[in-house]
Design a protein around this ligand. Structure first.
Ligand SMILES: Cc1cc2nc3c(=O)[nH]c(=O)nc-3n(C[C@H](O)[C@H](O)[C@H](O)COP(=O)(O)OP(=O)(O)OC[C@H]3O[C@@H](n4cnc5c(N)ncnc54)[C@H](O)[C@@H]3O)c2cc1C
Ligand code: SF4
Length: 463
C-alpha cells in the first residue's frame, strides 16, 4: 500500500494501487505443491466445518491433477459464491481450522486453493452449470446478495422460473458493494452474478420491492418468494453531533470505494472509527488507504470482546490502525462551520458481569471524560433491520429478525422463505457470506420439496 503525507494529492492512480487486491493468489506450481500436501482424509473434518459442505479433498485432488474445471465445479456446485468465499471466509475458524494437519505442521491453504480454481474458471470464461428442465413453477427472490443468488441458482437448476429483484444497480449484495475491494474485487462477485444469469435467471436491478413493485404483486404472481434482503446501513449512535460534516456511515464509506473513486475528505485527516466488528475494520483500513494520517478504532469493551476476527485485527494493525479500548463516545464536537473537530469520550471498565450475548458488560468510569481531536468520525455499530419490508410481507419477526424454521427457511407465511442476514439475530454466531449461501440453498430445496414434492436436499457437493 502506498503511504501518503497530508500534502500529497490523492490521485486516481493511487486509488487504483491502494484498492487493488493485496493478497497474491497461488501460482500453478504453488497450487500443485499445496494440493499434494493434502492427506485426502476419509470423512474429512474440513467438509463438515464448511457451512456449504464443499467436498474439499475432491476439489484439491482435481487441482493436483490439473483438472481445474472439475475443481471449480466441485466448489461452485456446493457454494454458488465460492469465488468470493475463497477470499472472505474466516478459514481459520472454518475449513482450515478443522484440517488435521494443524496438529502436525500447517493446515492446507484451502481458501487460496479454492481461489486458484475459481479464478481460473472466471478468467477462462467458463459456464459451469445448466438450468433444469422447466417445471412450470415461478419463484421471486427479493435481494441479489449471496443468499438470494444461491437460492436463485439452485432453483434454476431445478427448473424453476426465477426472477431476482435487486434494489441496487448491480447485484451481488455486500460482496459487490460492502466488502473492501482490496480483499474482494467487485469483478469476482459480478462473475458469480453472471453464472446465475447464464441459467436463465432474470435479475431486475434497480427495483426495490415495496417501492417499485408491491409485495401484493409478488404474492399474486409467484408460487413462492425468497426474502434475502440482508440488513441496511448503520443505525444512529444517538449522541449529539451526528449530523456534523465529517461524520460517515461505515457501510456507505466502504460502498463509495467499491463503485469508483470516492469524494471523501480523509486525506491527511485524523479519523475515529466507532465499533470493532467486520465493518469497523473494513472502514478503518479503507480510511488508511484513502490517505488518513491517523485512524483510531474506539471501542467500549476490550480486544477480548471485539467481534472482528483475529486475522482482521492483525491486518488492521499491520495497516497502521490504532485501537482505543474501553472507550465510549459521548458526543461529537464541531466547529462554527459544522465540521467535526473532536470526539468526546469516557473511559470504561468491565464490570465482571456477563450480558445476554455472553460478553462482559462495560460501564463508564465517571470523571474520566476526555476529548480525542479528530477531523472525521466513522460510525460502525451494526446494521439496521429491514423491518418495513418484513412487515409489508406480513411475516413474523423479532425486532427485524425474520422468524424461520431453521432447516427450511420457511417463514410464518408458507409462501415465503427467508435466508441470509435478514434472519441473522444476535447470539447466532457471525453473519457470513458462506452461511448466507447455505441458507439460500436450503430455502431453494425446501421450495422444491413444498411445490414439487422433491426430497433432494443435498448439503455437500454432488459433483
Ligand atoms: C463491511 C462488511 C464486511 C464484511 N466482511 C465479511 C467477511 O470478511 N466475511 C464474511 O463472510 N462476511 C462478511 N460480511 C458479512 C456478509 O457480507 C453478509 O453476511 C452477507 O453479505 C449476507 O448476504 P445476504 O445475501 O443475506 O445480504 P446482502 O449481501 O446484504 O444482500 C442483500 C441484497 O438485498 C438487496 N435489497 C435490500 N432490500 C431490497 C428490496 N426492498 N428490494 C430489492 N432488493 C433489496 C440489497 O440491495 C442487497 O443487494 C461483511 C459485511 C460488511 C457490512
Ligand atoms: S466456502 Fe469458506 S469455509 Fe467452505 S471450504 Fe471454502 S473457504 Fe472454507
Amino acid at each position: 500500500m502506498e503511504r501518503v503525507s497530508p500534502l500529497t494529492v490523492y490521485t486516481p492512480d493511487m486509488f487504483m494501487r491502494n484498492f487493488a487486491e493485496f493478497e497474491p493468489g497461488l501460482t500453478r506450481k504453488g497450487a500443485i505443491e499445496e494440493s499434494n500436501r493434502c492427506l485426502y482424509c476419509y470423512d474429512a473434518p474440513c467438509i463438515k466445518a464448511c457451512p456449504t459442505g464443499i467436498n474439499i479433498p475432491s476439489f484439491i485432488k482435481r487441482i493436483a491433477t490439473d483438472n481445474l474445471k472439475g475443481a471449480a465445479m466441485a466448489i461452485m456446485d456446493a457454494n454458488p459464491v465460492g469465488a468470493s468465499c475463497s477470499r472472505v471466509c474466516p478459514t481459520e475458524e472454518l475449513c482450515e481450522g478443522a484440517c488435521v494437519l494443524n496438529s502436525a505442521s500447517a493446515p492446507i491453504e484451502i481458501g487460496l486453493l479454492q481461489r486458484y480454481a475459481t479464478d481460473w474458471a472466471a478468467a477462462s470464461g467458463q459456464t459451469l452449470f445448466e438450468a433444469g428442465l422447466p417445471n412450470g413453477k415461478k419463484v421471486a427472490v427479493i435481494g441479489g446478495g449471496p443468499a438470494g443468488l444461491s437460492a436463485a441458482r439452485e432453483l434454476a437448476r431445478k427448473g424453476f422460473e426465477v426472477t431476482v429483484y435487486e434494489a441496487k444497480p448491480l447485484a451481488g449484495g455486500l460482496n459487490t458493494h460492502g466488502i473492501v475491494s482490496f480483499r474482494l474485487p467487485q469483478s469476482i462477485s459480478l462473475w458469480e452474478v453472471e453464472q446465475v444469469e447464464k441459467l436463465g435467471v432474470a435479475i431486475h436491478t434497480g427495483v426495490k420491492v415495496g417501492v417499485d413493485i408491491t409485495v401484493e404483486e409478488l404474492k399474486a404472481e409467484y408460487d413462492a418468494i425468497v426474502l434475502a434482503a440482508g440488513m441496511g446501513y448503520v443505525p444512529p449512535l444517538g449522541i449529539e453531533g451526528e449530523r456534523l460534516s465529517g461524520v460517515y456511515d461505515a457501510i456507505e464509506l466502504v460502498e463509495t470505494t467499491k463503485t469508483g473513486i470516492p469524494n471523501l475528505e480523509l486525506m491527511g485527516r485524523n479519523v475515529a472509527v466507532i465499533g470493532a466488528g467486520n465493518t469497523a475494520i473494513d472502514a478503518a483500513t479503507c480510511s488508511i488507504r484513502l490517505g488518513a494520517a491517523n485512524v483510531k478504532m474506539v471501542y467500549r469493551r476490550t480486544r477480548g470482546e471485539m467481534t472482528a476476527y483475529d486475522f482482521e485485527y492483525e491486518f488492521a494493525k499491520q495497516e497502521g490502525v490504532e485501537f482505543s479500548w474501553l472507550t465510549m463516545p459521548r458526543r461529537i464536537v464541531g466547529d462554527a462551520e459544522g465540521h467535526v473537530t473532536a470526539l468526546e469520550c469516557v473511559r470504561m471498565k468491565l464490570t465482571g458481569e456477563t450480558g445476554k450475548d455472553g460478553r462482559l458488560t462495560p460501564m463508564p468510569v465517571e470523571g474520566s471524560e476526555f476529548l480525542l481531536p479528530v477531523d472525521a468520525v466513522v460510525v460502525a455499530i451494526g446494521q439496521n433491520r429491514r423491518t418495513e419490508l418484513i412487515e409489508a410481507l406480513g411475516i413474523a419477526h423479532d425486532r427485524g429478525v425474520v422468524a424461520i424454521d431453521a432447516a427450511t427457511g420457511r417463514t410464518s407465511d408458507p409462501q415465503i422463505f427467508a435466508a441470509g442476514d435478514i434472519v441473522f439475530g444476535s447470539g447466532s454466531g457471525e453473519a457470513m457470506v458462506v452461511s448466507a449461501a447455505q441458507q439460500g440453498k436450503n430455502a431453494a430445496y425446501a421450495i422444491a420439496k413444498q411445490l414439487l414434492g422433491w426430497q433432494d436436499t443435498v448439503v455437500g457437493s454432488a459433483v
